[in-house]
Design a protein. Structure first.
Length: 133
């Protein structure tokens, strides 16, 4: 019975990790797609900030799901490491795209990037090493 429970736990962690990775990739695509709209209306800016924050949250969940899957041996450590490296590259890519979008938007409107931009970028950097809530 204990062996069956152990196999079920491994299977669950593997499925959760796979679902979390799929979610972070979908959130990355949503975040990047919302940046294509150059409108700087306040509501649009909030939508873009929200999608970036959603991406960062799903990134953290995926990261911790992969670590849990590796810890329970649902995923071989090497596979988990490669998946974590790939997720980190996706996060850095989205960070750079968001930063470039904000810089271009500020240049178009002859304004400085909003303080909120720096706060979100700091949040992104801090979350890369933060424990899951």
């Amino acid at each position: 019975a204990a062996d069956l429970l152990y196999r079920q736990e491994r299977y669950l962690h593997d499925r959760l990790a796979r679902a979390a990775v799929a979610t972070v990739l979908a959130d990355a695509a949503t975040c990047i797609n919302t940046l294509g709209n150059q409108s700087e209306a306040g509501d649009q800016r909030l939508v873009r900030d929200d999608t970036f924050a959603d991406f960062l949250t799903s990134y953290q969940r995926a990261k911790w799901s992969l670590l849990e899957a590796a810890a329970t041996k649902a995923l071989p450590p090497g596979d988990a490491g490669r998946a974590l490296d790939a997720l980190s590259q996706v996060r850095r890519l989205v960070d750079q795209i968001v930063k470039a979008d904000r810089t271009m938007a500020a240049d178009e409107h002859d304004t400085e990037p909003e303080a909120n931009d720096d706060r979100l970028m700091s949040l992104s950097s801090a979350l890369d090493g933060a424990p899951s809530p």
